[in-house]
Design a protein around this ligand. Structure first.
Ligand code: G3P
Ligand code: MG
Length: 262
C-alpha cells in the first residue's frame, strides 16, 4: 500500500474570495479571505468592451448584479454603474444591503491595488476572447503591479494556458479539469502533455480519488482540486495529499490543516 505524504505546503485558496460569506469576486470577499489568512484568492477575469480586465465569473452580469448583458459588450464606465453586492444573501436583504452597499465589479487593477502583496493570487482566464490577446493584457497588468512572484494562472482552456506560457514561462499555470473528464483524462499521456506548459492540474473534487491524486503527484504535477466546501471532503482531500484546495470557506480548510498538523 502506497504511503501518502502530506504536501510540504498545503494551500488554502479562497474561491472567488471568501464567497461563502460575501458576494463572490468583490473586494469585500477578497478582503475577508485575507483577514481569514487564506494563502490565495481565486478570481475570474473577463475583458470589457474597452479591453479592461474585470473580475466577474459569468460572461454576463445577469446573475451577480442588478444589470443585464454581456461583459464584453459593456464599457468599464457602464459596468461601474452596477450593484454587485445586493444579490448576495437574498434571504436577508437588509443584512446584505447594509454590508454590501456600493459594492461594484472590481477591475483586476483595483484588486491588486487593494490587496497588494498581502496574499497570493490565482487568476482564472474565462472564455479567452478569440479577437484579443487577454494573456498579454494580464501579463502586463501583473508586471505593472510587480506581482509576478505572487500570481498563478489557471484556465479550462489549454490553448490559453499555452499562449500564456509562451509569453511568460515564469508564472506557474494550472490546468482546470471538468468533472466529466476528471476520472477518464488522467492518463499518463495527458499528464505528460500538461507538464509541457503547467505545473499542476485543478480537477473537480467530485471526479478524484486517492489513487487519482497519487497518479498526478507521481507524474510530478501538483494537484489542487475545486471546490471543496465541506469538512468531510476537506478531510479526504487533505488525507490524499493534495497541494491545496479551492474553497468558498477558507476558514474551514485552515482549521482542517491545523487539526491535522497538531
Ligand atoms: O477554482 C476552480 C474554479 O474557479 C473553476 O470553476 O466555474 O468556479 O470558475 P469556476
Ligand atoms: Mg474560477
Amino acid at each position: 500500500k502506497e504511503i501518502i505524504e502530506p504536501a510540504d505546503k498545503v494551500y488554502t485558496i479562497a474561491h472567488r474570495g471568501a464567497s461563502g460569506y460575501a458576494p463572490e469576486n468583490t473586494l469585500p470577499a477578497f478582503q475577508l479571505a485575507a483577514q481569514m489568512k487564506a494563502d490565495s484568492i481565486e478570481l475570474d477575469v473577463h475583458l470589457t468592451k474597452d479591453l479592461i480586465p474585470v473580475v466577474i465569473h459569468d460572461e454576463t452580469v445577469n446573475r451577480t448584479t442588478d444589470g443585464k448583458g454581456y461583459v464584453k459588450n459593456m464599457t468599464l464606465e457602464q459596468l461601474r454603474q452596477l450593484d454587485a453586492g445586493s444579490w448576495f444573501n437574498q434571504d436577508f436583504p437588509m443584512f446584505a444591503r447594509d454590508l454590501y452597499i456600493g459594492v461594484t465589479i472590481p477591475t483586476l487593477d483595483e484588486v491588486f491595488d487593494k490587496l497588494g502583496s498581502d496574499i497570493n493570487y490565482v487568476i482564472e482566464i474565462k472564455d479567452p476572447p478569440p479577437k484579443y490577446n487577454i494573456e498579454e493584457i494580464l501579463n502586463e497588468t501583473i508586471k505593472n503591479h510587480h506581482l509576478e512572484k505572487l500570481v498563478a494562472i489557471h484556465s479550462f482552456s489549454a490553448a490559453s494556458l499555452k499562449r500564456f506560457h509562451a509569453i511568460n514561462p515564469d508564472i506557474p499555470l494550472y490546468q482546470l479539469v471538468w468533472n466529466d473528464y476528471a476520472a477518464t483524462r488522467v492518463t499518463q499521456s495527458y499528464l505528460d502533455t500538461v507538464k509541457t506548459y503547467a505545473v499542476g492540474i485543478s480537477p473537480n473534487f467530485q471526479g478524484i480519488s486517492a489513487a487519482y491524486v497519487a497518479q498526478v503527484k507521481r507524474a510530478g504535477l501538483k494537484i489542487i482540486p475545486y471546490t471543496v466546501n465541506y469538512q468531510l471532503n476537506m478531510d479526504k482531500a487533505y488525507s490524499w495529499g493534495v497541494d491545496g484546495v479551492h474553497t468558498n470557506y477558507p476558514d474551514r480548510f485552515l482549521e482542517v490543516i491545523a487539526v491535522n498538523r497538531e
